[in-house]
Design a binder for this molecule. Structure first.
Ligand SMILES: N[C@@H](CCC(=O)NCCCC(=O)O)C(=O)O
Length: 257
């Protein structure tokens, strides 16, 4: 019986305020969908150094990055924009450290929201800092009064997202004011909003399963098809883990003369 894969999931972080302590926290939809898809979620608070990040990754089979506030553009050599609400610096530093090591290891990874944006940036792509200015013709992608604001999606047929959603009208949950501008080398766009905004990417590298969705398949308004994305991810993690075990067994196999 194949063992359930362990899926690391980063947590968001909120610093202490006058009447509340500091919190590391995560939306239920992120870990519940990993469980439903057959994985075991391992929630990972912000890591403080590379050794800790490496030890965490030694212990899991794949990793998922959740949504949150904005990547600080100054960390990528760009100017701060007045619309940017930066992530907690400790969370962002941890996320960047984890993503860099995950890429180095070619560990299966799924980025959602800002996690999707981090995957693209860490791999050499970049972002629009404010869609309202950068793409004024774009439809609304964020409604502060409606956490389940949705828009339609056009998918590329021969892709994971295309396999999951197939034909017919697709509506997804959208909560962002930034988006991918230039896609990182080795990745391709697999879904766009009809206004052209990039909504999903996936790796074209044969040795790395890496996907990102700008939309939120974990949201309360998710459809049964959204959950299929998590199933595809957990299946890919399981397959990767089993291949690694087989390779380790072969490497350890000693011919007995
Ligand atoms: N802040 C970025 C990325 C979008 C994002 O991750 N939204 C999720 C908000 C919180 C959550 O539901 O986890 C942007 O606005 O582009």
């Amino acid at each position: 019986m194949p063992r359930k894969p362990l899926i690391g999931i980063n947590a968001d972080f909120r610093a202490a305020a006058r009447t509340t302590p500091a919190f590391a926290y995560i939306g239920e939809g992120y870990y519940q969908n990993i469980i439903k898809a057959g994985g075991v979620p391992v929630i990972v608070p912000p890591q403080v150094d590379e050794e800790s990040a490496h030890r965490v990754l030694d212990a899991v089979d794949g990793f998922m990055f959740i949504g949150g506030a904005d990547l600080d553009p100054r960390n990528d050599g760009f100017m701060l924009h007045p619309s940017v609400r930066p992530l907690n610096p400790g969370r962002e530093a941890s996320d960047r450290m984890l993503m860099a090591e995950i890429a180095e290891r070619r560990m299966p990874v799924f980025g959602i929201g800002v996690g999707h944006q981090l995957l693209n940036v860490q791999q050499g792509g970049n972002l629009f800092l404010h869609l309202k200015e950068d793409l004024p013709s774009a439809v609304p992608h964020l409604d502060l009064q409606d956490t389940n604001h949705r828009h339609t999606l056009d998918v590329v047929g021969d892709s994971l997202i295309g396999r999951v959603y197939g034909d017919g009208e697709i509506r997804v949950t959208s909560r962002h004011h930034m988006a991918i501008d230039e896609v990182a080398p080795g990745f391709r766009v697999t879904a766009r909003c009809p206004d052209g905004v990039i909504e999903a990417i996936e790796s074209e590298m044969i040795d790395w399963f890496a996907i990102g969705t700008q939309f939120h398949p974990e949201s309360d308004a998710a459809s049964a098809l959204d959950i299929r994305i998590f199933e595809e991810f957990v299946d890919a993690v399981r397959d990767s883990s089993e291949r690694s075990s087989e390779t380790a067994d072969t490497d350890n196999f000693h011919l007995v003369a």
